[in-house]
Write a protein that binds this ligand. Structure first.
Ligand code: ZN
Length: 369
């Protein structure tokens, strides 16, 4: 399905129950008819963390085993705020957009996945390169990842360069989950973001910046990404009702699936980059050479005339959005191996090929998740 985008902007609805007042309009970039919006506040970022704290450490990249009980729910299980349902043009699984003629815009997205049993990392090299070079990007954060990395989550949330998306609570294959569990995965993550945002806005360093700066940090994550890129119609419908565009991708370098060199990763992306593309990469320490690829890639893309935007920036500037009723990596059905691996179905022998995915560089085929 590929439909013309006409209905921006769309509003935040008031909270269902009495609670804090709805955020002011400036907190929701999709409300801006001019495209002039912010995803955070430079003055809050600089006031609340030192340069050293923002730079992080190579140690942050390492995985740790999760302590028992770490998959339990957040303190709040339902967000107080909610967004208006999506217009039909933004429903379904969004893979790319068609920008206005001549606009070479592209969205870099980085997943911060955290699965059951692990505490995944934070790739400071990725974030530092983006900050040093003023590159806009979208980070899809797991809810558990936010809770396990509160300072990093807050730093990314406060940074005006970066947009935050929802990557579910515990990174399950949602095609395997009941609708009730799917809703939990989505809502718990929205609620965890809200809780963290409230903690930040209560800090003196943030309050001193003033209400106008606080309002620049969106009240909720603005987009959503399915773990493994696997979805089902009930999940897409719930996201549409919740005002969360389901962002897939059309450019996968597979930085977490193969130990590509930085040069190989950069070559794949440079070869496939098109105006309106959505690129998927990882910043949770599971990407091989992701940070090292950026200095090879970004200057070349800039030289070719590309401008980097967040996914919301891409959607607000799109002439058309390419959206689908199914989710896949590069072609329909190519992520069914996750159903097999997570036990949701047995693959018929003739479809065993769906368990493997060829390396975009070498063509090598091997089972992986
Ligand atoms: Zn993920």
């Amino acid at each position: 399905m590929c439909l013309v985008l006409t209905l921006f902007p769309f509003p935040l609805l008031p909270a269902e129950n009495p609670g804090p007042p709805p955020p002011p309009k400036s907190a929701d970039p999709l409300l801006s008819p001019t495209g002039d919006f912010s995803f955070g506040s430079e003055s809050i970022l600089k006031a609340c963390w030192t340069e050293k704290e923002l730079r992080g450490s190579p140690e942050d990249k390492k995985d740790r085993p999760a302590p028992p009980g770490s998959s339990g729910p957040p303190e709040r299980i339902k967000p107080k705020n909610r967004r208006a349902p999506l217009p039909v043009e933004l429903q379904g699984s969004i893979r790319s957009v068609q920008p206005p003629d001549g606009e070479k815009i592209l969205a870099l997205t980085f997943d911060l996945c955290e699965s059951h049993g692990e505490i995944s990392g934070y790739d400071a090299g990725v974030v530092n390169y983006l900050r040093e070079n003023g590159i806009r990007a979208t980070f899809f954060m797991g809810g558990r990842w936010m809770r396990d990395h509160p300072e990093k989550a807050l730093q990314l949330m406060a940074d005006p360069l970066f947009e935050i998306g929802n990557h579910t609570w515990s990174h399950r294959n949602l095609r395997k989950r009941t609708l009730g569990k799917i809703k939990e995965e989505i809502l718990w993550t929205q609620a965890e973001y809200e809780l963290l945002r409230e903690k930040l806005t209560a800090r003196t360093c943030a309050q001193n910046a003033g209400q106008a700066e606080l309002d620049k940090i969106p009240a909720l994550p603005l987009a959503f990404r399915f773990p493994f890129g696997t979805c089902k119609p009930g999940a897409l419908k719930f996201l549409a009702d919740s005002g969360l565009p389901a962002i897939q991708w059309n450019l996968v370098a597979d930085d977490a699936g193969y130990d590509h060199t930085a040069a190989q990763l950069a070559r794949i992306i440079l070869r496939e980059a098109r105006p309106g593309a959505i690129v998927v990469l990882h910043a949770n320490g599971h990407g091989y050479n992701t940070a090292e690829a950026l200095p090879l890639l970004i200057p070349e893309l800039r030289k070719a005339g590309f401008e980097f935007v967040t996914v919301t920036g891409l959607l607000t500037r799109a002439r058309k959005v390419s959206n689908y009723s199914d989710c896949f990596e590069l072609k329909p059905g190519d992520n069914y191996r996750y159903d097999f691996i997570t036990g949701v179905r047995a693959l018929p022998p003739q479809r065993k090929d769906r368990m493997v995915f060829p390396s975009p560089v070498t063509g090598e085929r091997k089972p992986r998740i």
